[in-house]
Ligand binder design. Structure first.
Ligand code: GDP
Ligand code: MN
Length: 383
């Protein structure tokens, strides 16, 4: 499964890669408002899975909020490689001095990850391979030992990267490998890495492919024809949902995060009832849909909500949770971990709504929900 740019960037942020601040927008109005909030020039970017969005007119610089509105109008009218554009990412524009390419993917024949770097970034790596193959540097990474510091140093020396960029670029390489390993990715790519006028380094784009074969065993692959009614409802609501056979509902944003949440809940002795990825721009509305869906599974005795992201507004997510609790008359225990923009306000909102327990850490949250579900007295079915 291929993530959208903003979803990939959320995973990037989780490993500390430098991503310019951004906001999602669904309308020209929102694009204008986001630009005002971000301040300064922005880039308006179509969020579709297809590559080459720049060439297709799906990536445009805007100097002012008004210009961003006009660009958003134009881009929202585009269809890029058969995909109508419905979502935009508005990011603060970086003044680019140089563009580099960095990718890590599995070399199937060598059965090892391979790292690929080129100082000719911003264009397709296939094109670079044709036009200036000498600029491409690659090496294999031992799956056992991981990426070695001397490999990174060797690459930097051999590729003519200016000395004063060694540290920042070495750091980006280490962190991208961490993202690759941690999320069990099939491919991760930053193209371009931008070196800004002041020498700072930014990940301006993300490509993230999570191999379905690497999904944990409890997540079935499931073609459309095998979907159960809940999974079909999820599809219609644009939520990634897979039913599992436990009793703890799981809601998170980003496939990698949801998978680690499942792992941690299991580690704490709990049994997840589902996999549910609300996507990157978890809004109040989506959160409500997600809770409704998870709780329509009669096995669910409690819910753990784990939201992490720089773009996601935690206060809005919290409002969504609280509204859903009220409107859907939810009595099952709920634990919420919200990390990101306005997280304190998010926690405060949860705290004030009795019955939703805010936590700071993933393990703490998992432990709490497992205990609450056990205490709820319902003897959970043995298997
Ligand atoms: P892609 O065409 O789908 O790969 O989309 P990208 O996110 O890579 O954007 C395409 C191109 O737009 C990049 O290669 C950059 O040259 C340019 N671009 C993206 N972000 C910025 C930015 O913040 N500032 C400037 N000046 N250009 C940008
Ligand atoms: Mn790109």
């Amino acid at each position: 499964m291929k993530l959208l740019e903003y979803q990939g960037k959320q995973l990037f942020e989780r490993v500390g890669l430098p991503v310019p601040p951004g906001r999602l927008a669904y309308t020209p109005d929102e694009a204008e408002r986001s630009t005002r909030e971000l301040g300064g020039p922005v880039v308006v970017k179509a969020q579709v899975a297809a590559g080459g969005r720049g060439k297709a007119g799906g990536v445009k610089l805007a100097q002012t909020p008004e210009e961003a509105r006009r660009q958003a109008e134009a881009i929202l009218g585009l269809t890029i490689q058969g995909e109508p554009v419905r979502t935009l990412l508005i990011t603060r524009a970086v003044e680019i001095e140089r563009e580099y390419y960095l990718g890590i993917t599995l070399d199937r024949s060598a059965r090892k990850p391979v790292l690929i770097f080129s100082m000719q970034g911003g264009v397709d790596i296939e094109e670079v391979a044709r036009t200036s193959p000498e600029s491409i540097h690659t090496f294999h990474i031992s799956p056992l030992e991981g990426l070695q510091a001397h490999q990174v140093r060797g690459l930097l020396f051999e590729s003519d990267v200016p000395r004063d960029q060694f540290r920042a670029l070495g750091d980006v390489i280490q962190k991208l490998y961490r993202a690759f390993a941690e999320f069990r990715a099939h491919l991760v790519e930053i193209n371009p890495i931008a070196v800004a006028a002041q020498g700072e380094i930014w990940a301006l784009d993300s490509k993230f492919i999570l191999d379905d074969d690497d999904l944990p065993a409890e997540i079935p692959g499931g073609g459309a024809e095998t979907l159960d009614p809940l999974e079909r409802a999820a599809k219609e609501a644009d939520l990634q949902y897979v039913k599992l056979d436990g009793d703890i509902g799981i809601i998170g944003n980003g496939a990698g995060l949801v998978m680690s949440t499942l792992d941690v809940v299991q580690l704490m002795g709990g049994r997840p009832a589902n996999f549910l990825d609300v996507g990157g721009g978890a809004s109040a509305e989506q959160m409500k849909k997600a809770l409704e869906l998870v709780l329509s599974d009669p096995d669910v005795k409690g819910v753990f909500i784990n939201i992490f992201g720089g773009i996601t507004r935690c206060d809005l997510v919290a409002q969504g949770i609280v509204a859903a609790k009220r409107d859907l008359d939810i009595h099952a225990p709920m634990v919420g971990r919200l990390v990101g923009t306005n997280e304190e306000e998010g926690r405060r909102i949860l705290h004030e709504a009795a019955g939703v327990i805010p936590v700071a850490g993933m393990e703490e949250g998992a432990e709490k929900i497992v205990r609450l579900v056990h205490e709820s007295g319902q003897p959970s079915a043995e298997c």
